[in-house]
Design a protein around this ligand. Structure first.
Ligand code: GLN
Length: 472
């Protein structure tokens, strides 16, 4: 039976429907494959995995027929950002330098989803090597925002956001180094989670800035975000930075919380008036619901973005050293010897923003400048972490808008890297300090553009973060 009009409710319902034989997994996959083919006008999918997703559906249908118990994510149709490895499938970080490269293994986070019977439907466009805030830095073209295709969907996980917002898959995975899940979730009206650093294994995630990167889900609901998070979280022997702390399986019981916000945020001239109005309304609503809301100030607000860009470019320049035209992907045709192979492959293979970051990172790490930039950046990062911990000793959560303003026009900021870097003002703190943070829809502008509300919580306490996120 072909599904003609299917509308997704949540992941738990899909599993129940499969068990009740309302439809088969093959029906579901066929429905989404056709929908992507018909409706992806947003350039969200770089590749659809038709064969492997249909094969996975068939295997799942056989399990159902033979009465084998199903995984928690049975029938979940999930798209993955093009920086997550999936064995025998192409992966490219939306870069020409990885043209033709196939994954040799599967990322742990992706494998854990598959082990719970979810189906990976394809790979999603993103900014090249996850560097950007608008998804205009992809070698395969910009992604459009399904809410208004003249606008960006945010970045760098723009395809992950657009695909879920347009209903082309049920949920997706992205990565967040400085906001790349939360900002696009905010621009497209979704829930986006950046877990605590070390909570989800980074094995099989193409590295951008290893001490910042985390994998996380894009979903329509907080409940689905929590479900995907729980499946993916946990220690992994393949990632030495993955944490040993046990993952709490229970829901948090506390119902009343203390939320802190920064005075400077509300007074910031860069804040869109509707962002400010909705944020203030949220604060009032929290107070009315019996929560405590306290204002505080943060001495390092102006240091957040510069510190983030000094440290992440340093890490990126080192991580991206491995793309030399020999080990991976594309090699320049104009290669005569080893130096020209490296030089020409990197010159032709990397895009402008990636080159800018490699050069910045090489500069801040170079002898003579190391102490002034990289080493100072590390010290500032420590101050930011300590100040964040101090706030979270007085409050359960830190709240802010996810972004200063709603989605902007494609091309509007393309030639102004500094303006784009300032997009990250509210999101980078969580990555610098390592804390988990979630973006949930906060309302829309008068033009109907979504805005996000960010809640930053205590490290390794995602459970309480989800409890708060489902209240607001
Ligand atoms: N916009 C930020 C940057 O360009 C964040 C990117 C990310 O989180 N991957 O670095």
């Amino acid at each position: 039976m072909a599904l003609s009009d299917y509308s997704f409710v949540n992941l738990a319902t899909v599993r129940e429907d499969l068990l009740a034989k309302k439809y088969s997994a093959t029906d579901l996959v066929e429905f989404f494959l056709q929908k992507i083919e018909r409706e992806d006008k947003y350039n969200a999918f770089l590749e659809v995995f038709s064969n492997s997703s249909l094969a996975a559906a068939k295997a799942l249908d056989q399990k159902i027929t033979s009465g084998v118990s199903l995984g928690e994510l049975a029938g979940a149709i999930i798209g993955i950002k093009d920086n997550l490895c999936y064995k025998n499938h192409k992966v490219g970080a939306s870069s020409k330098i990885l043209n033709g490269f196939q994954s040799l293994f599967t990322a742990t986070a992706v494998q854990k989803l598959i082990d719970q019977d979810s189906i990976i439907i394809g790979r999603l466009n993103c900014d090249e090597f996850a560097m950007g805030s608008s998804n205009e830095n992809s070698a395969y073209g910009a992604v459009r925002n399904p809410i208004d295709p003249s606008l960006v969907p945010g970045g760098s996980s723009g395809g992950s956001a657009a695909s879920v917002a347009a209903g082309l898959c049920m949920a997706s995975l992205g990565s967040d180094t400085g906001g790349s899940i939360r900002q696009p979730a905010s621009f497209t009206g979704l829930v986006g989670l950046k877990p605590t650093y070390g909570r989800i294994s980074r094995y099989g995630l193409i590295a951008f800035a290893s001490s910042f990167d985390q994998i996380g889900p894009f979903t329509k609901t907080v409940q689905d975000s929590e479900l995907l998070y729980r499946v993916m979280a946990g220690r992994d022997a393949m990632d030495s930075t993955s944490a040993k702390q046990p993952v709490h399986q229970k829901k948090a019981e506390k119902k009343h919380f203390t939320f802190a916000y920064y005075n400077e945020v509300i007074d910031s001239p860069g804040l869109h008036p509707k962002t400010k109005a909705l944020f203030l309304e949220k604060i009032e609503a929290l107070k009315r619901a019996g929560h405590e809301v306290i204002s505080t100030s943060f001495p390092y607000l102006d240091q957040l973005v510069p510190c983030y860009y000094v440290l992440t470019t340093a890490e990126a320049s080192s991580n991206l050293g491995r793309y030399d035209g020999v080990h991976y992907g594309a090699r320049s045709e104009a290669s005569a010897d080893i130096p020209s192979t490296y030089f020409n492959s990197r010159t032709e293979g990397f895009g402008q923003e990636v080159k800018r970051r490699i050069m910045l990172g090489t500069f801040v790490l170079s002898a003579g400048y190391y102490d002034a930039y990289y080493s100072k950046g590390q010290k500032v990062r420590r101050l930011i972490k300590d100040a964040t911990d101090q706030i979270l000793a007085k409050a359960d959560f830190l709240i802010s808008p996810t972004t200063p303003h709603p989605a902007f026009k494609i091309g509007e900021k393309a030639n102004d890297p500094i303006a784009l870097y300032l997009e990250d003002i509210f999101t980078v703190q969580a990555n610098l300090a390592g804390n988990p943070a979630i973006s949930v829809p906060m309302g829309t502008t008068d033009e109907g553009l979504p805005l996000g509300f960010q809640i930053l919580g205590k490290s390794f306490d995602e459970e309480t973060l989800f409890a708060a996120a489902s209240l607001v």
